[in-house]
Structure formats: structure tokens, C-alpha cells
Design a protein around this ligand. Structure first.
Ligand SMILES: *[C@@H]1O[C@H](CO)[C@@H](O)[C@H](O)[C@H]1NC(C)=O
Ligand SMILES: *[C@@H]1O[C@H](CO)[C@@H](O)[C@H](O)[C@H]1NC(C)=O
Ligand SMILES: *[C@@H]1O[C@H](CO)[C@@H](O)[C@H](O)[C@H]1NC(C)=O
Length: 434
């Protein structure tokens, strides 16, 4: 199997930037006998929620508390969202977190909270936590989506557990999404106005923005310790505050901007009442590829630790002066030394080293990757680099499942992103201008 990817794409100019529309909805799906939250019959409401999910053209929906009425939601959503997570189970078994999307993803994980509190409610009864997926919006355009449901309650121990939960997600973004565009949305159970919450970890530590603060409040974040601005159910007031939040950031290859944020209550009414006990929140984004750095698709298996040279590539023009590959049966490591001095290496120290020193006017413009299975997981078995001077360097052994990558005219390969361990599990290329 041979496939070729040509990036950066020489796409015709678009009239408008592509958009990405998201919705966060806690669907109040605990069994009615445990928690009669919300109005009306839960099965009927869940069917209606699914119908509206399909009706309003969201690209990505995150639901929380999607426990015992999950099937009704998915059934009514129909084929509006072809990519959906499988439920992790009803109350007491699952996390209640699910994603309904128009785009596929290359990696998905469910992570449990390290801390939970029983001070009020039953947060330890059910394995709550967060989910992370790397969604492929277009060739070379990946956005990491995090859904979450933090500890509830207002006792001291609840607040401490919830703060630990939100910090856990922020820290995970720092590690597992380094260099990447990210959108986090879900039920934080926290308000800016309450004390002791770590709801600001996303903006303060991970370079993210809250579009509600930026677009609805004109940049004025509610002050901690001031009275809660609780929302009615339903609400028409866009400046009241709920515990459901959206945070986002772009990357050096993707300019992601929120264009609007709103309570979608008017779309989720039944006889004048909301279909859930949470106000649905939605945001619209536009995105654009950068003019100076781009990414290829990923190839290989989503195992090992995430790395992304985008986080450390210099801003000044640079080029690989040396390509260093290690391998034998498979690719052990990949590396480049840039003319500006930085050196990036990923993988382990096994295999034998092969290097290619590039001339000043010689650029790395083509690559071939092959994958195969090791311990039932896909890994990179082969990498060949081709330069504009017709020289090559390679590592590992070819398989019958390969893909070629080619920089467009005037571009070159300047770095890597992917996942590694002792060897290289997954690999993509970063393109820069020559
Ligand atoms: C909207 O909510 C905010 C915060 O609670 C409040 O200050 C404001 O008066 C409300 N606006 C209206 C029109 O009710
Ligand atoms: C990113 O997009 C926003 C909104 O379209 C625009 O104002 C901004 O200039 C863009 N930034 C870059 C670096 O392209
Ligand atoms: C997002 O865009 C769609 C399509 O234009 C629009 O119907 C929807 O109201 C917008 N959502 C928000 C949150 O502004």
C-alpha cells in the first residue's frame, strides 16, 4: 500500500476561513430514581436533545452525565455526527463523557481523576474524569479536544478535589498536547467568582482563552470572591455565569479564533423549559493555516509519549543542517540538527546511526514512512529522507504499508511531531519555508 501526501496544500483561495462550531451540554443522564434533575421524562428529553444536536449543525459536541439515557441521544442524533465515542457505561460504571463529531480522530483516551471527594454528592461512586482526542479536521490540521466533568459540591474537600481535577487537565495539556491547538469544553463545576477554584489554570498556565470572557464580557473576567452571577433556567442573559466552560488555543501552524459564544437555551426548550438542568453553551471558531509553518498528517500508531518540535522551533528562518536516523528492523530514532543550532531527537538509542550532512543550498523536501506491527501496536518501521540534491538517508526496513510525504514548492521539512518511546511509534513532519 502506497499513499502520497503533498503538503502544504496548494489550495485555491477560500472566500471565508473554515469554521468549527462546538457545543457543551451536561445531559442530566443519571437514572431518574437517583437524581430527578431537570424537567419531564428523561428518556423523552434525551431523544429531544439528540434531535437538536442533529438539527443545529455542530461540528463537535461534548456531553457530560451521559449515563443511562445514552442510547436515546445517539438514536435521535442519527447520522448527523458520524464519529462518536462508545459509551463507557451507565451511572456507577462509566464517566458519562462522550463526544459526537463530524471529524474523525487519530487518538482517544479516557482518564480518571486522581482525586475525588464524597463530601457532598457521590463523586467517587462513578469514575469521572476527562477525555482527550486528537481530531483530524483536515490534512495536517489536528486539534486536541478535551471533555471533562469535575468534582461537584461546595464543601472544602469538594473544592480541593475539583481544583485538583482542573489542574490535572491543565497539566495533561502541557504534556500531551504540547505544541498543539486545543479546545477544552465541559462541566468544570467551577465559577470564576468562587474562591479556591483552579478554573484559571487553562488561561494562566496553558496560553488558552475563554471566549465567553473575551467576546461576551469584553475581556473582563469575573473577579474571585464577588457574588455568583447565577443563570436562570432557561436564560436570555449572556453575562450570567455557569460552571460549563470553553477554553481554547491555536498553534504555530493553526490560527484558531473564537468568533462567538452563547447560551443556546432558545434552541433547547420544550414547553418553555430546558431539556437538561444545565444551560447548553456553544462557541464558533474560524481557523487558518499559518503562512510560514505547516504540518503533515500523522502516520503510525498513537502509542508512547507525545512530542512536537513546533514548541521549540526557532522563530527565525532555519533549515536542517544534518539529518540523524537510527534504526535496524524498525526506526529507533529520528533527529535533525538545525543550522540555527537547535537539535531535536525522538525515540531511543538502539539501532545503528546513519546521518546526512546537508549543503547550505540543499533542502530536505521528501520523506517516506512505512509502518508495521510490533507487540500488536503500529510503529514506524522505515523512514527515508530525500533532499533537493537527490541524496537520501534511511533507517529501518520497508514494509508494504508506506506513505510518501512531499513539501510543496518553496517549502522544506524542518522538524517532527508524533509519539515515541524506545522507538518511534507515530510520526508527522513540520514544514517551513526554504
Ligand atoms: C445579567 O446577569 C448579570 C450577572 O448576573 C447581571 O448583573 C445583569 O443585571 C443581568 N442582566 C439582565 C438584563 O438581567
Ligand atoms: C488569526 O486570525 C484572526 C481572526 O481571523 C486574525 O485577526 C489574526 O490576524 C490571525 N493571526 C495570524 C497570526 O494570522
Ligand atoms: C455558529 O454559526 C452558526 C451558523 O452560522 C449559527 O447558526 C450559530 O448560531 C452560531 N453559534 C454561535 C455560538 O454563535
Amino acid at each position: 500500500m502506497r499513499r502520497t501526501a503533498l503538503l502544504p496544500l496548494l489550495a485555491p483561495p477560500l472566500l471565508a476561513s473554515p469554521t468549527l462550531n462546538v457545543l457543551s451540554q451536561n445531559v442530566a443522564g443519571l437514572p431518574a430514581f437517583l437524581n430527578p434533575n431537570g424537567e419531564g421524562d428523561k428518556t423523552a428529553n434525551s431523544h429531544e436533545l439528540g434531535r437538536r444536536f442533529a438539527q443545529y449543525n455542530y461540528d463537535v459536541i461534548h456531553v457530560q452525565e451521559d449515563f443511562n439515557y445514552h442510547a436515546a441521544i445517539y438514536e435521535s442524533d442519527g447520522d448527523a455526527h458520524p464519529y462518536r465515542t462508545a459509551t463507557s457505561g451507565g451511572a456507577g460504571i462509566g464517566s458519562g463523557l462522550n463526544t459526537l463529531a463530524r471529524y474523525p480522530w487519530v487518538d482517544f483516551e479516557r482518564v480518571k481523576w486522581e482525586t475525588c471527594s464524597e463530601a457532598s454528592g457521590a463523586d467517587c461512586l462513578t469514575p469521572k474524569g476527562y477525555t482527550r482526542m486528537r481530531m483530524r479536521v483536515e490534512e495536517g490540521v489536528y486539534v486536541d479536544f478535551y471533555n471533562l466533568h469535575a468534582d461537584a459540591g461546595s464543601e472544602e474537600k469538594d473544592v480541593a478535589a475539583r481544583s485538583a481535577n482542573l489542574q490535572q487537565v491543565a497539566d495533561a495539556i502541557g504534556t500531551d498536547s504540547v505544541g498543539n491547538a486545543v479546545i477544552v469544553f465541559g462541566d468544570t463545576n467551577a465559577r470564576y467568582t468562587s474562591s479556591g477554584e483552579s478554573v484559571r489554570a487553562f488561561t494562566q498556565e496553558q496560553g488558552m482563552k475563554d471566549p465567553w470572557v473575551d467576546l461576551v464580557l469584553g475581556g473582563e473576567e469575573p473577579v474571585q470572591g464577588t457574588p455568583a452571577r447565577k443563570c436562570d433556567s432557561p436564560t436570555k442573559n449572556q453575562t450570567c455565569e455557569v460552571v460549563d466552560k470553553i477554553f481554547y488555543r491555536g498553534s504555530r501552524t493553526i490560527n484558531l479564533s473564537a468568533t462567538s459564544w452563547r447560551y443556546e437555551d432558545d434552541r433547547y426548550l420544550q414547553d418553555g423549559k430546558l431539556l437538561s438542568d444545565h444551560n447548553p453553551i456553544a462557541a464558533n471558531f474560524t481557523w487558518e493555516r499559518s503562512e510560514s509553518l505547516r504540518q503533515s498528517d500523522l502516520f503510525g500508531g498513537p502509542h508512547g509519549s507525545w512530542f512536537n518540535d513546533l514548541a521549540s522551533l526557532p522563530t527565525k528562518a532555519t533549515k536542517p543542517a544534518r539529518i540523524s536516523l537510527r534504526g535496524e528492523e524498525r526506526v529507533d530514532s529520528v533527529g535533525v540538527t538545525l543550522s540555527s543550532g537547535e537539535r531535536f531527537t525522538h525515540g531511543g538509542s538502539g539501532g545503528k546511526l546513519d546521518e546526512l550532512q546537508l549543503e547550505e543550498d540543499e533542502f530536505w523536501t521528501q520523506a517516506t514512512l512505512c509502518q508495521g506491527k510490533k507487540n500488536d501496536h503500529n510503529r514506524i518501521f522505515y523512514l527515508r529522507a530525500d533532499t533537493t540534491a537527490g541524496r537520501t538517508v534511511s533507517a529501518g526496513e520497508e514494509t508494504d504499508d508506506c506513505q510518501s510525504f512531499e513539501a510543496a514548492e518553496g517549502w522544506q521539512i524542518v522538524g517532527f511531531f508524533g509519539q515515541d518511546g524506545e522507538e518511534v511509534d507515530q510520526l508527522g513532519f513540520i514544514y517551513g519555508l526554504q
